[in-house]
Ligand binder design. Structure first.
Ligand SMILES: [Zn+2]
Length: 292
């Protein structure tokens, strides 16, 4: 069975980043899985809801369980680290903070999950951590290392070695972000991006490998995002974008190449252009080079 694994640092990242793809591939019969590296303990109660005495990690566990249902995942795994918080906050120094974890130790934990689930495609953050949060950068590094360790028969990792066919990082087309930003501004609406943020956000379109159409899955994606209730303010700019712009900007999910089980040729690239599973890069075809 085709298998997709998405690795993200905090509960809610999976829904925001790749919720549409998880729903789309799940509906198509792919076995879909998510690993969340931290408990999201440092998340602010952005919605200002009454949490009573409940600690944030407990609230976020329940929210994640609700999102897992909406996304229709085959499994969800906590990697067991602590949310490192935004740069410059005291959470950065916590000994269990994900950003302070030993890279190989964290990657070994994840490699065991990879060997158990045996995904064809792995999705993670890009090397800049999408928006620079230290846990997102760490998540990218740990995933890359875990993909290597999972395939390495010499690695001290439980389970049978498994080579992931395709490791991609989710991203957003820089041109589309700019376009949405300009259009919201021209209508006198609030943009989720700052002017200086928008010019460097995301990835130039020509560097993007895969664009998955998720317009059909948009309602489910938004429902999964809203399952993370405490993290989403009702007046969030993301939920107050006019419908016709939502469809255009959030109607697709984009991915760049991190590594593949063999070098991609032009035929592979065109097969992958609109489909993460456009070509399944199964190992053992004699060309197991890794591209970074
Ligand atoms: Zn996050």
């Amino acid at each position: 069975m085709p298998t997709l694994l998405a690795v993200h640092p905090h509960p809610d990242d999976e829904s925001i980043a790749v919720g549409g793809s998880l729903v789309r591939y799940g509906r198509a019969g792919t076995s879909t899985h998510v690993v969340t590296c931290t408990g999201g303990e440092a998340g602010d109660n952005l919605a200002g809801i009454d949490l009573g005495d409940r600690p944030m990690d407990e609230v976020r566990r329940d929210e994640m369980a609700a999102a897992v249902e909406v996304l229709g995942l085959a499994s969800h795994t906590w990697l067991g680290y602590r949310d490192s918080g935004m740069v410059g906050t005291p959470e950065n120094d916590h000994p269990d903070a994900f950003t302070n974890a030993d890279l190989d130790e964290a990657a070994t934990r994840l490699a065991e999950v990879v060997r158990r689930l045996r995904p064809d495609v792995v999705v993670s953050d890009d090397e800049r951590g999408t928006y620079g949060h230290p846990d997102h950068v760490m998540s990218h590094r740990v995933t890359g290392r875990a993909v290597e360790l999972a395939a390495d028969p010499q690695a001290d990792v439980e389970g049978t070695p498994h080579r992931v066919g395709l490791h991609v990082a989710h991203t957003i087309s820089r041109e589309e972000v700019q376009q949405m930003h300009d259009e919201l501004r021209s209508r006198g609406l609030v943009s989720p991006f700052d002017d200086d943020q928008v010019a460097s956000f995301g990835t130039p379109s020509e560097q993007i490998l895969v664009v998955v159409d998720v317009r059909e899955e948009l309602a489910a994606k938004q429902e999964a995002m809203l399952a993370h209730r405490s993290q989403i303010a009702e007046d969030s700019a993301f939920f107050n974008i006019p419908d016709e712009l939502v469809g255009r900007s959030f109607g697709s999910e984009s991915f760049v190449l991190v590594s593949s089980a063999r070098a991609l040729d032009d035929a592979d690239r065109s097969a992958l252009a609109t489909d993460l599973f456009g070509v399944v890069l199964t190992p053992g075809d004699g060309s197991s080079g890794s591209v970074s």
